[in-house]
Design a protein around this ligand. Structure first.
Ligand SMILES: [Zn+2]
Length: 305
């Protein structure tokens, strides 16, 4: 999982830079320098392109920082923020997430990109030469990032927003994952189609842009597929309740008491924190109501989904 270089640690999160980010930086400089040159932007188009790529990376980092800040605000753990080939990813761990927290944490990223993009475009109007070209490009791409990320398919931010909305409306996180995951896959297929169409384009960079789009499509497909797999786990977890798996018998000696109200992920966490073969299920007044065997939960998990 953890490749690349750790460049900083912010609010408990390792900020990691993947080697693919540098590769993409070099490609972007090579692709953009001639375009800056044709615009007559500054004396050295390569220097302009380097400044542009660095500004772009800073804005991508700010997008991820917005996710990080929101997640930390809600008390979620964020072990890592990754910056890679296609931007960044904020890894959030949280057991007691609520759909509205999920929605807020997801939407702040694209909002940050939109604000940065509009600010850069506004700045471009008030400047000239190389500064104007860099600001205009950074502004345009940030607005594009904001729009693209709000597509309602996983693993994009918009997909997370859709998942949160379905979760809030139906009470089923697994259903949200399934729908947003499939939309993510459809978006990936659409990008493949667009990319194939672009390969027949006339201009010099058509193939390069088409390949870049193909890389984005692959990233989307993989992310959506991973989310769908997690959806299966979620659905399995959702089907587990202490009540449903309880045996109405006296708990054996040494059984660990846990609440009969536990279900899903919370149930597994409670069991993992107190490893035992058997649990005494207690109601909210502390009275033992039955026994839960670890082997029953194990079997139910494997048979579910
Ligand atoms: Zn994001």
């Amino acid at each position: 999982m953890a490749g690349g270089w750790r460049v900083a640690r912010i609010a408990g999160a390792d900020i990691r830079v993947r080697p693919s980010l540098l590769l993409m930086g070099v490609i972007l400089v090579i692709v953009f320098a001639p375009q800056f040159e044709s615009l007559g932007a500054g004396p050295n188009p390569y220097l302009t392109a380097v400044v542009f790529v660095l500004s772009l990376y800073v804005s991508v980092f700010l997008h991820e920082l917005a996710h990080l800040a929101a997640a930390r605000w809600f008390g979620m753990r964020v072990p890592m923020v990754e910056l890679h080939l296609l931007g960044g990813e904020t890894h959030i761990e949280g057991d007691s997430r609520h759909p509205w927290q999920e929605l807020a944490t997801s939407i702040v990223g694209p909002l940050a990109s939109l604000v940065i993009g509009m600010a850069a475009l506004w700045g471009a109007q008030a400047s000239d030469g190389a500064t104007r070209s860099v600001l205009w490009s950074v502004g345009f791409i940030n607005v594009l990032i904001a729009i693209f990320n709000m597509l309602p398919g996983l693993p994009l931010d918009g997909g997370r927003v859709l998942r949160a909305l379905i979760w809030a409306l139906t009470g089923s996180e697994a259903k949200g994952v399934r729908i947003a995951g499939w939309i993510g896959r459809l978006a990936a297929l659409a990008l493949v189609a667009i990319s194939v169409a672009m390969m027949f384009g006339e201009d010099t960079f058509a193939i390069g842009r088409a390949l870049l789009l193909l890389a984005v499509a692959l990233f989307l497909w993989q992310g959506a597929s991973y989310a769908l797999k997690q959806g299966v786990v979620l659905a399995r977890l959702g089907s587990l309740t202490a009540q449903g798996l309880m045996r109405e018998e006296e708990p054996p000696v040494g059984a660990v008491p846990i609440s009969v109200e536990l279900a899903g992920r919370d149930l597994l966490v409670a069991m993992a924190e107190n490893p035992s073969n058997a649990y005494a299920l207690v109601d909210d007044r502390g009275a033992v109501v039955g026994t839960l065997f670890a082997s029953t939960v194990d079997r139910a998990y494997r048979e579910a989904g």
